[in-house]
Design a protein around this ligand. Sequence first.
Ligand code: SF4
Length: 444
Amino acid sequence: MAMIETEIKPTSQKIGFVHLGCPKNLVDTEHMLGLLNQAGHRIVGDDSEADVMLVNTCSFIDQSQQESVRHLVHLAEAGKKIIVTGCLAQKYQDELLNLIPEAMAVVGTGDMGNIVDVLDRVNRGERVISITQDPDYILEDDSKRLNITVGSYVYLKIAEGCDYRCSFCIIPSMRGDFRSRGFESIVEDAKRYTEKGVPEIILVGQDTTSYGKESGKNLAQLLRALNEIDGIGRIRFLYAYPNLVTDELLDTIAECDKVVKYLDCPLQHMHPEVLRRMRRPVMDHVAFAERVRSHVPNVKIRTGLIVGFPGETEEHFEFLMETVQQARFDRLGVFEYSDVEGAHSKGLDGKVAKAEIKRRRNEVMALQQGIALAQNKLLLGQTLEVLVDTADPDKNTFIGRTEWDAPEIDNLVYGKGAVIPGEIVPVFIRDVTPYDLKGEAVLA
Ligand code: SF4
């Protein structure tokens, strides 16, 4: 964990934190902790020591909202003063303040830059609501961020908000319309992390492929600029929007040696009628996968699907299964549809029973498991470059990832050998499962 050195002031508070949600939210958590730390407050890992708990919530789907509320209730029962930030705060500010007397402040998605001021006001006894209705804030300066992620990769947020209006998603109503971070500030931050020895830079945003649309720049140009940074190990971007995956972008992935040959592109469904109801682009996904593979040799494609969307018939589902079978996505996650308050899809007819949704998810996952195992078997006997995330020198073991694997969602490589976290080492693959590889470091 990288800590920012600061002088501890007499008014300093001990701040505990709970981080919920995706990597984009993690960047926000780290940013707020960095601001608080620089203002002289101390960030503590043990909640029992904390004077105030910062809870950065997620509201993406029902389960994330429930998980956020569970954490809040647990901390309230422990008698902690709480500052609630993020999506749930943006959406339910009044309800949270009414329900949880220990919640001293709610801070919306566009107000995280005010966190130090909010804490000062809480300390003066105020109950604070800091919510901008149409958030337009974007973090431009990453240098004050306090990284709580492991040292082998860092997420860099390159854009905020989203201009699409997928019918199941309320992110635009919580995060605002799309806006990009400045080109140079991203490159500078990537340089800074590279100089600190972080080998993998992961670009995130609700929609990374719209990057730069306000300024005439684009993601391909950004990737090329990052690829020029001396010493950078790997560059990855997540969350591509399907019809913005241009030939220029694919050729850039193919041509830039530091950009991983990996495309994360959530497609959500395969059937045109369901996609229309989702307000998503209708396209031929088998042809899409072929186009990606023809531009980027040796690429691996990750996608995400939602099953049980309102109106999804057995025929739609069978179509989805056939397409998955034909496109043979290398990595695939499946969400079970659930209504989210405020989402357009909540009002759609043709709701699918929960048990049926579960059955459909299990079927896709079983199909994908076979595809994933077959793909991994092709790697047996190969020597792959693996970035070491963690190592246990006593046991001479390590855990790492190939370039085709993003942290926390994709395959892991379980290896043997004396290696150091952050190193990229050749690993001979001896054994595979659908979701993991096992091997030995080939050390000189
Ligand atoms: S692209 Fe769709 S799913 Fe993704 S954040 Fe925007 S509205 Fe939500």
